[in-house]
Design a protein around this ligand. Structure first.
Ligand SMILES: [Fe+2]
Length: 192
């Protein structure tokens, strides 16, 4: 597999995110792309060589979810950052979020609270492709907790590398600045 890492250098200069933090984060993301390609090739070679019964094959299969999701979640995350305008509270996106939790404020409180949970991982606002329902979901590491048949609408990285360089242990300060930089246009495009 020869998937190429996307370029998110347009995000450099974003308020509240240092260049050092962003550049480190882009490098980490590129590592997931490299490893996804590598695992895909290794698994294809093992299949060809008739090694599918080997424990190494099983472990690489398990690992593929970690690397692939680590790659793709970073892409959703970087793509939903760099917004230039705040959310229009009377617009369609705010209305859908309000419908999901009773009010827009309740939705935001739930999303932030999910991000403040102890542990490393992600918060993903999902939309169910079957019912259109919205869920703020905790993803452990990269691959545990995804909702089958749901589409990521808004993704926030809460691994320590996403904020420690700039905010130390103050995850709430990072979540604050994340909200200031959400690209609501990207969110609107994902939301059905
Ligand atoms: Fe990350």
């Amino acid at each position: 597999m020869n998937y190429e890492a996307k370029d998110y250098s347009r995000l450099i200069g974003m308020e509240g995110f240092s260049e050092t933090l962003l550049k480190n984060h882009f490098t980490l993301y590129q590592g997931y792309v490299t490893n996804t390609n590598k695992l895909s090739d290794l698994l294809a070679a093992m299949l060809k060589e008739g090694k599918t019964g080997a424990p190494e094959y099983a472990e690489l299969k398990r690992r593929f979810g970690f690397e692939f999701d680590g790659m793709r979640l970073h892409e959703y995350y970087f793509e939903n950052l760099g917004g230039k305008a705040p959310l229009d509270k009377s617009g369609a996106v705010a209305k859908k979020l309000a419908d999901a939790c009773g009010s827009y404020e309740a939705w935001e409180q739930d999303f932030r609270a999910t991000g403040a949970m102890r542990g490393i991982g992600w918060v993903v606002l999902y939309q169910d492709n079957i019912t259109g329902g919205l869920f703020n979901q905790w993803i452990n590491e990269h691959e545990v907790g995804h909702l089958a048949g749901c589409r990521p609408i808004l993704v926030m990285d809460v691994f320590e590398h996403a904020f420690m360089i700039d905010y130390g242990l103050k995850r709430a300060d990072y979540i604050e600045v994340f909200f200031k930089n959400i690209n609501w246009e990207a969110v609107a495009k994902r939301l059905g």
